[in-house]
Ligand binder design. Sequence first.
Ligand SMILES: Nc1ncnc2c1ncn2[C@@H]1O[C@H](COP(=O)(O)OP(=O)(O)O)[C@@H](O)[C@H]1O
Ligand SMILES: [Mg+2]
Length: 325
Amino acid sequence: MIEFKNVRKVYEDGTEAIKGIDLLIPEGKLVALIGPSGCGKTTTMKMINKLIGLTSGTITINGRDISEEDEVELRRNIGYVIQRIGLLPHMTIEENISLIPRLKGWKKEKYENRVDELMNLVGLEPETYRKRYPLELSGGQQQRVGVIRALAAEPPIILMDEPFSALDPISREQLQDELKHIQNSIHKTIVFVTHDIDEALKIADDIAVMRDGRIEQIASPGELVSSPANEFVRSFIGEHRLDEGKKEMSVLDIMSEDPIILEYDESEFESIPHDATVAEAAALYVSKEPPILVVTKEGRRIGSVSRSNILEAVASKQRREAQSQ
Ligand SMILES: Nc1ncnc2c1ncn2[C@@H]1O[C@H](COP(=O)(O)OP(=O)(O)O)[C@@H](O)[C@H]1O
Ligand SMILES: [Mg+2]
């Protein structure tokens, strides 16, 4: 059981991301955190494995205050799945899945059996896939590996931050079904962040609807639909539910936290405020680079291709592919 008591988070720049929340996540249940972009879902989740420190209040896991727990130890006992998979590209699928079991000192035979068992669980034939590298798998397959990697060391708690939102609709539905199926047999305590109410209604035991750093309502899917606590919850599960997250997708949702880039000489990079949207980042990106000249074999310039030309072409190709599926 995970319990938040009057938890607040104020970031260093003064942003009050979490404004005092109480939240109970019962043992063995899947609780979805849902709400518009920027409402504090990721912050709430990352406080559980101490990727983000809290400003005041307490979080306990089975009655133990996490502020007294060792971070490394805590994280090895909490599985974590994020939107952009985070598989290590230079390790095979088998090495990726067995990473934490190996760190924990499991014997070879035990972790190899575990890898087979987990791969079978999500329909990835071990013979075919265990020696492959992440980039040799499709996006949906990589995300399956991300999910089973989080399960590998049998952690009692799993955190999932929009794990399926970068996938095409068909893979997303399949993974939701698989997660539900797996959860029916393993009964882990799962905190699942999403901005897709249909996803939350489908897979969660309880749903916490957040707005602007607060929790508006916590209820079972049935209860939420039949008796929303207020107008915000009603409209969130109602009409504009599907595009809420997409419309306002923030740079934080697509950001990669690669420490190597952060240490790189920053003068070579454009920067953008953390509260910018993806559309704003795209506009900056498109505007910054001179176009690429298209030349004939003789070197005569016949035209140019700009970033926006390229992005539009790729986007419209993807739309066509999505439609023809
Ligand atoms: N490192 C940071 N520094 C300052 N503000 C931040 C930081 N990370 C997130 N925020 C802000 O905190 C709020 C909540 O963000 P987040 O938890 O990522 O929301 P969500 O996951 O619901 O989209 C937003 O206003 C966001 O801009
Ligand atoms: Mg988020």
